[in-house]
Ligand binder design. Structure first.
Ligand code: IYR
Length: 235
C-alpha cells in the first residue's frame, strides 16, 4: 500500500510517497501477556555482569544472530549508526588487552577520583583484564558519528548515542537470552580500538562487550536491584 506523507505537504521539500506493508504484530491473550512480561523480567533479572569467563567455544552463528537482534533496535532516521566488530583472533585480543590494561592502570592509579574509586569498590574491579583474552568473543561496538555517501560526503546521523545505546542493550539481552554471559567493558579512552580493529575515524568506540560462558566457579558481587518504587512514578 502507498500513502502520502501529509506532514511534509506544505513544506518546500518534495514530499515522498512512502511504501508501507502490513504490520506483523503478534497479539496474546491477556493472561499470556501477563505471564510473558513476568517471565521476561524474571529471566532478565538473572542476567549478571560477569568478570570470570571460560574459554569454552561458542558457535559463531549465535553471535551473528545476537548482532542481527541488535540491528532491529529503533534508531534515528533508520540510519543504523553502528558497527559491530567481532574479535576471536588471539593476537587481536592480546593487543586489545595490552592497550586496555595500559589505560586502566592509568585510570585506577591516577585518573579516577577518590569518589569514583569508592563507587567502584563494591564491584571489585581493577586494572587487570584477563577476560579480554580468555573469553571466546569480544564484540567492539562503534558509533558512527556521521555517515558517508557515495561521493565521500558527510551524512548527518541523528540520535547516535541513543540509537547505539538501545542496540547495545538489545545485544546484551540477546546474549543473555541465548544462554551466554557478558561484560560491558569501557576502557577509557578507547580510541586504540580504531587502530587495532581498523575502523575509520568517524566511528567512535562505544563499548567493548565480552561474551562467552562464565567460568565454572564464577562469582559475582552481592548487589541488589532497585525496587519499582525507587525507579518509577505512575500518574
Ligand atoms: N573502565 C574501568 C572502570 C569502571 C568504571 C565503571 I562506571 C564501572 O561500572 C566499572 C568499571 C574498568 O573497566 O575497570
Amino acid at each position: 500500500m502507498t500513502v502520502l506523507n501529509h506532514s511534509m505537504k506544505n513544506t518546500k521539500l518534495p514530499y515522498y510517497k512512502i511504501h508501507t506493508i502490513p504490520l506483523d504484530f503478534q497479539e496474546y491473550p491477556l493472561e499470556e501477556m501477563q505471564s510473558r512480561a513476568l517471565e521476561f523480567y524474571e529471566n532478565m533479572n538473572r542476567r549478571r555482569t560477569v568478570r570470570e569467563f571460560s574459554s569454552r567455544e561458542v558457535p559463531l552463528e549465535v553471535i551473528e544472530n545476537c548482532i542481527r537482534a541488535a540491528d532491529t533496535a529503533p534508531n534515528g532516521a533508520n540510519q543504523h549508526p553502528w558497527h559491530f566488530v567481532v574479535v576471536t583472533d588471539p593476537e587481536k585480543k592480546r593487543q586489545i588487552r595490552e592497550a586496555a590494561e595500559k589505560e586502566e592502570k592509568e585510570f585506577y592509579n591516577n585518573r579516577a577520583t577518590r569518589a569514583w574509586l569508592e563507587a567502584l569498590a563494591p564491584l571489585g574491579t581493577d586494572e587487570h583484564k584477563p577476560f579480554l583474552e580468555t573469553a571466546p568473543y569480544l564484540i567492539a561496538i562503534f558509533a558512527q558519528v556521521h555517515g558517508i555517501d557515495q561521493d565521500g560526503k558527510k551524512i548527518k546521523h541523528y540520535y547516535v548515542n541513543e540509537s547505539v545505546g538501545i542496540a547495545t542493550g538489545m545485544l546484551i539481552s540477546a546474549v543473555h537470552y541465548s544462554g551466554l554471559a557478558s561484560l560491558t567493558h569501557t576502557p577509557s579512552p578507547m580510541r586504540f580500538l580504531n587502530q587495532i580493529l581498523e575502523r575509520p575515524e568517524r566511528e567512535r568506540p562505544f563499548l567493548l562487550l565480552v561474551v562467552g560462558y562464565p567460568a565454572a566457579d564464577a562469582k559475582v558481587p552481592d548487589i541488589n536491584r532497585k525496587s519499582l518504587k525507587e525507579i518509577s512514578t505512575f500518574f
